[in-house]
Design a protein around this ligand. Structure first.
Ligand code: ADP
Length: 415
């Protein structure tokens, strides 16, 4: 089946066209046919696309909204100009998989989209006011443009974490607040943690039930996940993606009293403080320079910049803290998995995170670590290391495409 994967953000639409099916999933032989990004979909959109790994066009197009963006994608995919193998018309697109950020407590698995599912995603808007409305616009747009005959599936960032026990997901605040408003930890990046855990099992030949690992997704957003017996046991993001690790622009863990204090001292509204914690904190806030780890590493090395160094050190220490906490919570683990832009590409940051963890039985092989970049997948610990470390590039779009096929064909999944 040819699956169109859509990831609609507040101002962007990312897409991939993936050929996959039950037998192709078994053989790990799915194929990415095309992909692209439409940035600033409301206004003069910047569009870049690739077919079979080759960059094709980069252009600016006036677009009105997400629907217009999806319309552009469908027209381009089916045009002779795109030259995508076996795609001649809309009939060659067999299903659509949507990334949906928040599935609340309702969606513990990916779901075939119908009116009820849309209503329930709408109900979760108050839990994810920045993300779910854009995801819904994508769903509505694709439904209008492709008609009801093309099945659509929602794949949620939160679903993988639905196995967390109460001891991991409840905040120690009055219990009624959980009962009345569902205030709890949900966790995000679930598709990524789930995908790399599946790849790890494939690499080392472990059964799902025997998979005990800590996965660390370090990108612009960052989160760690304790995976016990193959299931999410704990994760660092919480009620929203703001909790936990230091990220590009999000601060992660903070004493909530700071909010009232800033409100009084700086005369900011709670909403402004929320924006500050989401958009002006993390690596950007600490360094005063950038949210981009690559640039910070360069600044630290070339200019000896004190604040860049400080931002990196705090980032690294927070990751260490969560790894240590999860190893304690799980009673140990077999491996730590690095993924996300930083986790996949920055051997220096990985090395700094793993430094001093020999106490846990982790020993990194410097040469393997230095070469495991740019999409490479494999072990970076030395053979004697009791706790292993791996780099596994994430592929959320592939997992969305696979879940779409399985949901449409009603084939149960266990990972
Ligand atoms: P997103 O969460 O938006 O998908 P990515 O997973 O692409 O983001 O991660 C982006 C981050 O990865 C940026 O901070 C970028 O600097 C960092 N990154 C990418 N390559 C490297 C590298 N070689 N060294 C250090 N950081 C890198």
């Amino acid at each position: 089946m040819n699956i169109l994967v859509l990831n609609c953000g507040s101002s962007s639409v990312k897409f991939q066209l993936i050929e996959t099916d039950i037998d192709l999933i078994e053989k790990n032989a799915d194929k990415r046919l095309a992909g692209g990004v439409l940035e600033r979909v409301i206004g003069q959109a910047i569009i870049s696309v690739q077919v079979e790994g080759q960059s094709k066009i980069k252009s600016a197009e006036p677009l009105r909204d997400h629907r217009a963006g999806i319309d552009w994608i469908l027209k381009w995919i089916t045009s002779p100009e795109s030259k995508i193998k076996n795609i001649k018309s809309l009939n060659d697109i067999h299903a659509v998989g949507h990334r949906v950020v928040h599935g609340g407590e309702r969606f513990t698995m990916s779901a075939l989209i119908n009116d009820d599912v849309i209503r329930e995603i709408e109900d979760s808007i108050e839990l994810a006011p920045l993300h779910n409305p854009a995801n819904l616009k994508g769903i509505q747009g694709a439904r209008e443009l492709l008609g009801p005959k093309i099945p659509q599936v929602a794949v949620f960032d939160t679903s993988f974490h639905s196995t967390m026990p109460e001891t991991s997901y409840l905040y120690a605040i009055p219990y009624q607040l959980y009962r009345r408003h569902k205030i709890r930890r949900y966790g995000f990046h679930g598709t990524s943690h789930r995908y790399v855990s599946y790849r790890y099992r494939n690499l080392v030949g472990k059964k799902l039930e025997e998979t005990n690992i800590v996965t660390v997704h370090l990108g612009n957003g960052c989160s760690a996940c304790a995976i016990k017996n193959g299931e999410s046991f704990d994760t660092s993001m919480g009620f929203t993606p703001l909790e936990g690790l230091v990220m590009g622009t999000r601060g992660g863990d903070i004493d909530p009293s700071v909010i009232e204090f800033i409100r009084n001292k700086e005369g900011m509204t709670v909403r402004e403080i929320d924006t500050m914690l989401n958009k002006q904190s993390g690596l950007l806030g600490l360094s005063g320079l950038t949210n981009d780890m690559r640039d910070l590493v360069d600044e630290e090395k070339e200019n000896n910049d004190r604040r860049a160094h400080l931002a990196i050190e705090i980032f690294v220490q927070r990751v260490k803290k969560y790894i240590g906490a999860y190893l304690a919570e799980m009673g140990g683990a077999d491996a730590i998995i690095f993924t996300g832009g930083i986790g996949e590409n920055s051997s220096i940051i990985r090395e700094r995170i793993c430094r001093g963890l020999d106490w846990f039985g982790l020993n990194i092989d410097k040469e393997k670590n230095d070469t495991m970049v740019c999409g490479k997948e494999g072990e970076i610990s030395n053979p004697k290391s009791k706790l292993k470390a791996f780099v596994i590039p994430t592929n959320e779009e592939l997992l969305i495409a696979r879940d779409t096929v399985r949901t449409v064909k009603n084939v149960p999944r266990r990972w």
